[in-house]
Design a protein around this ligand. Sequence first.
Ligand SMILES: Nc1ncnc2c1ncn2[C@@H]1O[C@H](COP(=O)(O)OP(=O)(O)OP(=O)(O)O)[C@@H](O)[C@H]1O
Ligand SMILES: [Mg+2]
Length: 507
Amino acid sequence: MKQKVLVVDDDAAILEVLEMRLTAMGFDVTATSDPRKALEATEAGRFDLALLDLRMEPTDGMRLMEGLHQRQPRLPVLIMTAHGTIQTAVEAVRRGAFDYLTKPFVRDELRSKIARTLATRRWARDRERLLTVGQALASSGVMARVLDSVAQATVEATDADRCVVFQLEQGRLVPMASAGSPPPVWTRLEAAASAAMDKGIPITVSGAAEGADTGTIVAAPLVVQRGPAGALVIETAARLEPGEDDLELLALFSSQAAIAIRNTHDLESLKSGAVAALGRMATQVAHEVKNPLAGLRLYVRHLEQHLAKVDDAAGRDLAGKIAVTVDHLTSVVAEITAFGRPPELHRVPTALHPLLDECLELARARRPTEGVDIVTAYDPSCPDARLDARELKKAFLNLILNALEALEGAGRLTVATAYSAATGTVTVTIEDTGPGMTEETLSRAFDLFFTTKPDGTGLGMSIARSVVNLHAGELTVSSRVGEGTRVQARLPLEPSPDSPRAPGAGA
Ligand SMILES: Nc1ncnc2c1ncn2[C@@H]1O[C@H](COP(=O)(O)OP(=O)(O)OP(=O)(O)O)[C@@H](O)[C@H]1O
Ligand SMILES: [Mg+2]
């Protein structure tokens, strides 16, 4: 089957040349000078590639691209213009174009960019698939969640309207996960699932063939060792026939869902193994990066000094920016290598309240706190104890920073302690009145490298938990969207020999 290319240019001569060249290259070409016709064409059928002129009246190429992407989100777009500047190229790619072509076309540039776009698209799809597996493994390990992410990725990668994963339970097909818009009728999806399971191969039920005003359904069986365990079903709008690519992808996704079902019980151990391996790899990479970074830092300092001497203010400013970025990288690397350290504590007699005050002080220096009401409520009965002050400082600092980052300069941050003499434990509470976390975020907050922040590394919570766990304590989080977040660290206290109020020494 020929791959379909859409070309839109308001210059009739160029349009004609492009149509000829692309047809000669073996494509099925739709060429038009009318952006509205282009939008209609994407509604009528799927394209593999679009070439759009940047400057057109009344809709320019970027606007048209956005319209096309609303109709076919993953359509690769090449933007063409006679007035190429780096700025427009960057802008086009930032807004979702795959690449950029300058007119007149240089010999072979057209052919090579198109080839690259079509090849990369496949690769991007594969990468997405890998990402899904990774995310599924890193998530809680509950099968429903894995199936959810498989359904979600299926919808995204195939442009289907919806995806439902059915599982056979005591002879009945139960929808276990779904993504995309809710199905108007479940019965057709269930029937397709059942037919695919009977046949043992993916099947297509065309809406048009049934004379119904519904979409095309494709169902792939989920085959585990003992036979079909369910089916993965997608539905697309009636006008879109799923291509070979879609069928192939669906088979891959369904095999993933089947693995998820098979692995339900092993998943927990698999997850911790994968995370440990990931941690080791990250540590090794960080180690390799550390030395060159130190060198880079030195050079940039020299450069800054040099530019200051020759009175080059603009150059010095740039060098300063590089220095800040290098410093940021260095601290990221330092944090990652911290994971490689052997898990042993250096306990020293520690007073918890001054330590918490110090963390607050450090956090204040890093984040704006003018509009934040900082409240401390320390339990005076809390004794000094043998703790690893350095590690705990790192843990509490991360938690306080998270709270301040959540507050974004307004609200209340409370740091409190409560000592229980009966159990010999202290509970440290760090609470904010920020936006809180969604269930999804809450369930993944402790995952290594999970972050919702543009500059985050996603290590803070994992660090905090591992430090508290090393102290044989427990770190828990409760959070509600719109209300705020409360993080509690419960630490058993080993009495400090020189503390007058060590447990058991006084009253
Ligand atoms: N107090 C909080 N309020 C709201 N969301 C939070 C809070 N603390 C953590 N989170 C969520 O948990 C995620 C993980 O936090 P974590 O501290 O591990 O990483 P990070 O803050 O994103 O990055 P970094 O490691 O660089 O601090 C955050 O990105 C955020 O979404
Ligand atoms: Mg953090």
